[in-house]
Design a protein around this ligand. Structure first.
Ligand SMILES: [Zn+2]
Length: 339
């Protein structure tokens, strides 16, 4: 399960219960060093992560958006210091602990959000750099960099990457980490099944070891993948996205992350469709009906990304439990292709 939270500075996309959390009475500051040990986000001595159990696709509903207040504007300077509050809020809604293997990814795109009514992307300012931060996973300590054990350490050859590009029109780019043969194969499976209408908004996919904030240089090890609003067609995939308890889980996680992130490039290129999603499911400012996952309830764009991922990975089940979202994706995102 991947929870990716996109927070949009200075705009009205972080809404409802998030803002209540952000401005709630128990603001404890940024570092969290003084927080109770029960807080899994900041626990200084986290337990070793147990082998993640295979988890069913989360098509359950989350009953909790608690606020019907209109969106409020949040100062950029306060965003980073409030990330931990958001995570605590998410955790508390899930009973204080996420299922093993769950990751929460917080994305704070520079400028405006992909689907913001204002489509112009602002460059970062010097005084208030946009920040993309990521909390650590709930049970996993951060010290050791994770190597992609799952899809194989054998690097893909330049020829293989070139063939992928020629086949799909999407470049596989090595960053400070490299595409492995296994990851390329997993991506090829995804691309072979997705309609060109959807996949064509992703122009390149860059492999990186771990997330490094482009403005502060700060490294975060809990990120699976992200899309920057100022590089709207690029998906970034971290080593962590290819790491899970066994090969099948790792492949599923990598593919699910990829589809989720590709949805963000799709949103960047199709604001009309994204706004239609907003009107249909978020007209009141919160999801109706609730999203496919707890994280999908946090923001409209994440609801859509989580729903597309679920459509791709667990379509039959989604069709029965989320018929409206399923039908929207079938018609407007996948051009009739069913999963
Ligand atoms: Zn996302």
């Amino acid at each position: 399960m991947i929870a990716v939270l996109m927070i949009c500075p200075g705009r009205a996309w972080a809404q409802g219960n998030l803002f209540e959390t952000l401005q709630g009475p128990q603001d404890e500051g940024v570092s969290g060093q003084e927080q109770p040990a029960a807080d899994p986000v900041s626990d200084p001595e986290p337990e070793p992560e147990p082998a993640p159990a295979p988890e069913p696709e989360d098509t359950s509903v989350d009953e909790d958006p608690t606020s019907s207040e209109p969106p409020r504007i949040m100062a950029q300077q306060t965003l980073e210091s409030l990330i931990s509050e958001i995570i605590r809020n998410i955790l508390s809604q899930m009973g204080g602990k996420l299922p093993p293997g769950t990751r929460i990814v917080v994305i704070l795109p520079p400028g405006t959000c992909p689907n913001s009514p204002v489509t112009t992307t602002k460059p970062p300012t010097t005084t208030t750099p946009p920040v993309t931060t990521t909390p650590p996973t709930t049970t996993k300590p951060t010290p050791t960099p994770t190597t992609p054990t799952t899809t194989g350490p054998v690097p893909a050859t330049a020829e293989e990457k070139r063939a992928f590009s020629q086949k799909y029109g999407t470049q596989l780019v090595d960053g400070d980490s490299a595409w492995s043969k296994g990851q390329l194969g997993a991506a090829d499976e995804v691309f072979a099944r997705l309609p060109g209408f959807f996949r064509s908004t992703t122009k390149d996919i860059k492999r990186e070891r771990m997330f490094r904030n482009p403005y502060t240089g700060q490294v975060s090890q809990g990120v699976l993948g992200y899309v920057r609003s100022d590089i709207p067609n690029r998906v970034h995939m971290m080593d962590l996205a290819a790491t899970a308890g066994n090969l099948a889980m790792a492949k599923s996680q990598f593919q699910g992350t990829l589809v989720h992130e590709m949805t963000h490039t799709f949103q960047n290129m199709h604001p009309d469709i994204t706004q239609a999603w907003n009107r249909q499911f978020w007209s009141s400012g919160r999801p109706n009906p609730p999203s496919v996952s707890g994280y999908g309830n946090t923001q409209m764009v994440e609801d859509m990304a989580e729903s597309v991922r679920t459509y791709f990975q667990a379509g039959a089940r989604m069709k029965s439990v989320q018929p409206a979202r399923y039908e929207f994706i079938r018609k407007y995102v996948m051009q009739g292709k069913v999963f």
